[in-house]
Structure formats: structure tokens, C-alpha cells
Design a protein around this ligand. Structure first.
Ligand code: NDP
Length: 310
């Protein structure tokens, strides 16, 4: 069975950065990219706040470059998703794609986070037929049409602004009478003429037929119910961390985020480190994920060196 010194799980900014640092530290890292190589950033358009790119960079472009950099430095970047893990003793036992078993002396968990859905049966029914959690992936299909975005955070505002540039009209369905988003994003959506915010509103049902979504049934906080006609329904209500495979061994908080020790990436299991959105409920930026990937590789190096000395 293959025994890997430093196994990194997750192909986003945290994982690739961990691979870059681990490769330079001669840890012979192997990285499994998971089901969405490049991670969440591959579903965004331009990133304007990643330092070093004066004119911005595309999410896909940034991820392709990070991956290529990791490979050039000697990281073994592989396609495949980790489907099971046993962290009860070292070396850790990992299963990839349900079939390949591996052993790992150290582990960096950088599995990111996944978009949340409301949990309505009608939402599930029309998933991929008008219901989406990624405006930048699917917005194109709604050119000159009317769409709705659920949520009032930065993601919802960003997605609504993006859609407003493509679609005829964008409704934002916001459950309170305020937006959670940053001031700048609030001003942007409020200043966009074809975005209408439906305050104090909750989605009761996604409406549609054989051809997909054709409306949304909405309930106001005061009880009133009304329908809007839309062709697309976009979720932007936050994310949940992809920690399920590891939470039997690794401590997580109430929302499932992996708990790390102070300023380090160390988890409660010696030799297991966490980086990126799977351990960060607060910042969730490409740059903070990359930085935590760096920390995880440095922590793994320190751990592996201490093992050698014992
Ligand atoms: P947030 O948690 O910030 O916002 C979630 C939004 O969805 C809130 O308005 C929340 O309402 C609403 N919501 C949650 N659950 C439901 C529900 N069941 N029904 C209806 N509405 C619901 O998530 P985001 O993904 O927007 O942002 C996450 C983090 O990433 C934030 O820190 C954000 O600042 C950051 N971010 C930064 C960006 C940037 O800097 N360019 C871009 C995108 C995100 P309520 O307010 O009532 O809880």
C-alpha cells in the first residue's frame, strides 16, 4: 500500500498553497483535488482583491496557475476524491474514490465548503432546471430573463450584481429588513436599477413545470403570500464546511468547522492539520485560505521532523 508523507486533501487555494510549501520543504506531497478541482473559485468570474494582480484575475486562471506552480515544484497533484478516512492511529488510512487505500504520515484537510440550500422539496425538484447555487456558472442561461437570488450577504449581492448585467430583472429575496453584506456591496445593489429587493420575505415554494422554474411563491413576514414570475432561482445563503469525513476524529464546532489550535493549523489529532474554508467561518477569502494552506504545510513539516527525531 502506498505510504505518503504529506497527504493534502482538496484542490482549492488552501490545498494548492499547502502543496507548494510542502514540495519546497521536500515533504513529497500528494494532493487529491476532489470533485471540484480548483474549488469554489472556479465558479467565480474576476477576482479583484487577490494581491499581485493589478487588473484582477479570473478564478479559474488563478487556480490553474496555483496548480501548475505546485506541480512545477514537485507536488504530485492527482484527480480523485477522498471517500473515507480512519484517523484513529498513524499512519492514517485514507480511501480514494471508494477503492484505492493509502497510508499517510501527515494529513492536511483543505476540503473547503459547499453552498447551502433552503431544503424545500420544490427546490430539490428543479435543481439544475432553474435552481442553482452559482450565478457565475449558470447566469448565462438567463440572458434577458427575470431571476431571483435568495440571501442578503456579500455573496447574494455579488451574484445579484453579476446577474443584473445579464438578465432583464433580478429580485433579491431577503428575510430581514437589512442586508448582511458590506456597505460597498449594499450600495452597489441599491444603485442598480434592475435589482429589486423584496424585504422581510421568505421562499415558500419554487414554482415550475416540465420546462423548469417559472416562478417563486413568497411569504412576507406579515403573512402575505404572493408569486413572482422568474426563470431562474439562485441560492446565496452561505456555505457549510466539508468536514463530515473527518468529524469522527477531528473536533468541529457547532456548524461543522474544524477547530484548530490557536494561530496554528493543528487539529486535536496529532499529524492532522486543517486549512482554508473547512476551518474558517469568518474570512473565507482566497487569500486567507492560501495563507492557512501555507501554515498547514509548515506545521506538517515541523511535525514530520519531530517524528524523525523520535
Ligand atoms: P453570509 O452568511 O454572510 O450571508 C448569508 C445570507 O443569507 C444572509 O443574508 C442570511 O440572512 C441569508 N440566509 C441564511 N439562511 C437563510 C435562509 N434559510 N433563508 C433565507 N435567507 C437566509 O454568507 P455569504 O456567503 O454571503 O458570505 C460568507 C462570507 O464570505 C462573509 O464573511 C462575506 O463577507 C464573505 N464574502 C466576501 C466577498 C468579497 O469580499 N468580495 C464575496 C462573497 C462573500 P440573515 O442576514 O438574516 O442571517
Amino acid at each position: 500500500m502506498e505510504n505518503i508523507r504529506c497527504l493534502i486533501i482538496g484542490g482549492g487555494p488552501a490545498g494548492y498553497t499547502a502543496a507548494i510549501y510542502a514540495a519546497r520543504a521536500d515533504l513529497s506531497p500528494v494532493l487529491y483535488e476532489g470533485l471540484q478541482p480548483g474549488g469554489q473559485l472556479t465558479t467565480t468570474t474576476d477576482i479583484e482583491n487577490y494581491p499581485g494582480f493589478e487588473n484582477g484575475v479570473s478564478g479559474q486562471g488563478l487556480m490553474d496557475t496555483m496548480r501548475a506552480q505546485a506541480v512545477r515544484l514537485g507536488a504530485d497533484v492527482r484527480r480523485g476524491a477522498v471517500t473515507a478516512a480512519d484517523l484513529s492511529s498513524r499512519p492514517f488510512r485514507i480511501v480514494v474514490d471508494g477503492e484505492t487505500e493509502l497510508l499517510a504520515d501527515s494529513l492536511v484537510i483543505a476540503t473547503g465548503a459547499t453552498a447551502k440550500y433552503l431544503g424545500l422539496p420544490s427546490e430539490e425538484k428543479f435543481r439544475g432546471m432553474g435552481v442553482s447555487a452559482c450565478a457565475t456558472c449558470d447566469g448565462f442561461f438567463y440572458r434577458k430573463k427575470d431571476v431571483a437570488v435568495v440571501g442578503g450577504g456579500d455573496t447574494a449581492c455579488e451574484e445579484a450584481s453579476y446577474l443584473a448585467g445579464i438578465c432583464n430583472k433580478v429580485y433579491m429575496i431577503v428575510r430581514r429588513d437589512v442586508l448582511r453584506a458590506s456597505q460597498a456591496m449594499q450600495e452597489r445593489v441599491m444603485g442598480t436599477p434592475n435589482i429589486e429587493i423584496l424585504w422581510n420575505c421568505n421562499t415558500r415554494e419554487v414554482l415550475g413545470d416540465m420546462n423548469g422554474v417559472n416562478g417563486v411563491r413568497i411569504q412576507r413576514k406579515d403573512g402575505g403570500i404572493f408569486d413572482i414570475a422568474v426563470d431562474g432561482f439562485f441560492l446565496a445563503i452561505g456555505h457549510h464546511p466539508n468536514s463530515e469525513l473527518f468529524s469522527r476524529w477531528v473536533n468541529v464546532d457547532g456548524e461543522g468547522y474544524i477547530i484548530t489550535d490557536g494561530r496554528t493549523s493543528r487539529t486535536n489529532v496529532e499529524g492532522v492539520f486543517a486549512a482554508g474554508d473547512v476551518q474558517d467561518p469568518l474570512y473565507r477569502q482566497a487569500i486567507t485560505a492560501a495563507a492557512s494552506g501555507c501554515r498547514a504545510a509548515m506545521d506538517a513539516e515541523k511535525f514530520l521532523n519531530s517524528m524523525k527525531q523520535n
